[in-house]
Design a protein around this ligand. Structure first.
Ligand SMILES: Cc1cc2nc3c(=O)[nH]c(=O)nc-3n(C[C@H](O)[C@H](O)[C@H](O)COP(=O)(O)O)c2cc1C
Ligand code: SF4
Length: 432
């Protein structure tokens, strides 16, 4: 049976950019329903749905909401993480540009559930179009009585502010984001305390990814059981957006039930570019360890990918074909992490640069097998002992490159084959 699109069902219908058009499709019915439920009931429904965060860590959403101390006299906040700076990731942009009210609805429901009267949508600086679309939607929602002093006439107040970031990957890490939101340098905080207890402006705060919040109205409207019915098991539920880039015929953002296999996803993208052979795939954004052609049938969900030694992460699927130099591809990622490290922790600050330097030496043809050994000895010292997950994330691509392609790289080094020929990724004009 064909999968009925949920999160992207309104893509291509410009009417939904306005509150009225969105309401014509049943939009804001879930908000109306939620406001007739007790906040605890909303949290319970989200918990039962099995919804796990779509921003990278896969933390259970309802559980996170339940950590907010309801009796606290402090204001509470919802922060929507729309930073989306992980290389290869472009799923949240689609949701914001094409269906902004779906996100606003999710934010207000989250606010009702945890007792928050304010949402901040922290959006990456480069997303100028998405930010304008959201700002316009927010204005329209105020004018239509969806936002403001009395949401849908219920007396519940909720305000939404769109806050533009300035283009730093580390401001996607939830506590780096909070520092930036509060006007300081975006450097992660020590955890605990976690934001649900001490978050924005020292107050209890729920931080959720755009896609996570977009799932919420559907869970409220159609029920936890319906949501749980999508996906392979109770721990991996719901619809999922996969952002596919690289050597495929039709790159783009695709919605599927969570847990389809990589091969199924690839088939839906028209297969490998020009029918070339698959060399490697990064299944969850730049932080996710690479997989090889032998892993085609692995379901793309949280648990199966973890078992395979990788992760779902932001579900940015980067496909590399046989013409790819894996050392060069890994170097690009290593340079990214070195550039984006905020510098607070020595292992991350120094280690990311070390990895990039050694990879550059190998890629350029000046490396030896001893460099590969040196690289392998640096990797375990970079993550696990730092303040945030960037340090850990930076290891993933390098470690997996050595595990999957170590022998091939050694062989290339022995035979003096680096630098491998640079090929144009796509023949110009071949891809629409
Ligand atoms: C370096 C770094 C960058 C991150 N960037 C993002 C991001 O752009 N968007 C996002 O939603 N989560 C990002 N995260 C994860 C967030 O810290 C947080 O787990 C997430 O926003 C929680 O929302 P969720 O539970 O709905 O996934 C990042 C984490 C790290 C360590
Ligand atoms: S792990 Fe890296 S990015 Fe994260 S706080 Fe430490 S230095 Fe900054």
């Amino acid at each position: 049976m064909a999968f009925e699109k949920v999160l992207t069902r309104n893509v291509g219908n410009p009417a939904v950019l306005r509150t009225r058009g969105y309401r014509d499709t049943g939009g804001y019915d879930a908000l109306s329903k939620a406001l007739r439920m007790a906040p605890e009931e909303v949290i319970e429904e989200v918990k039962r749905s099995g919804l796990r965060g779509r921003g990278g860590a896969g933390f259970p959403c309802g559980m996170k909401w339940s950590f907010v101390p309801r009796q606290s006299p402090q204001p509470k906040y919802i922060v929507c993480n729309a930073d989306e700076s992980e290389p290869g990731t472009f799923k949240d942009r689609l949701l914001m540009e094409f269906d902004p009210h779906q996100l606003l609805e999710g934010c207000v429901i989250a606010g009702w559930a945890v007792g928050a009267n304010t949402t901040y949508i922290y959006i990456r600086g480069e997303y100028t179009k998405a930010a304008s679309v959201l700002e316009e939607a927010v204005r329209d929602a105020y004018a239509s009585g969806i936002l403001g002093d009395s949401v849908l006439g219920t007396g519940f107040r909720h305000d939404i502010h769109v806050h533009r970031g300035a283009g730093a990957y580390i401001c996607g890490e939830e506590t780096g984001l909070l520092e930036s939101l509060e006007g300081r340098l975006g450097q992660p905080r020590v955890k605990p305390p976690f934001p649900a207890v001490v978050g924005a402006f020292g107050c209890p705060t729920v931080i959720n990814n755009v896609e996570t919040l977009c799932c919420v109205p559907h869970i409220v409207q159609r029920g936890a059981d319906w949501f749980k019915g999508i996906g392979p098991d109770e721990r991996n539920t719901g619809p999922k957006l996969y952002a596919v880039s690289g050597h495929v015929e039709r790159p783009g953002t695709y919605e599927h039930p969570i847990g389809i296999t990589f091969q199924e996803l690839l088939d839906g993208c028209g297969g490998m570019y020009q029918g070339r052979a698959l060399k490697a795939v990064i299944p969850g954004g730049a932080s996710a360890p690479m997989l090889g052609p032998e892993d085609r049938e692995i379901p793309l969900d949280f648990d199966r990918l973890a078992r395979a030694g990788s992760m779902l992460g932001s579900a940015a699927v980067i496909v590399m074909d046989e013409t790819t130099c894996v050392v060069r591809a890994t170097l690009r990622l290593a340079r990214f992490f070195a550039h984006e490290s905020c510098g607070q922790c020595t292992p991350c600050r120094e280690g990311t640069n070390w990895m990039a330097k050694i990879l550059a030496r190998i890629e350029s043809g000046k490396g030896t097998e001893a460099d590969l050994d040196l690289l392998a000895s640096v990797v375990p010292n970079v993550g696990g002992i730092s303040l945030c997950a960037l340090g850990d994330a930076s290891q993933g691509p390098v470690k997996s490159m050595i595990a999957k392609f170590g022998e091939e790289i050694r062989d290339n080094l022995r035979h003096g084959r680096y630098p491998l020929p640079r090929r144009r990724i796509f023949e110009l004009g071949a891809v629409a």
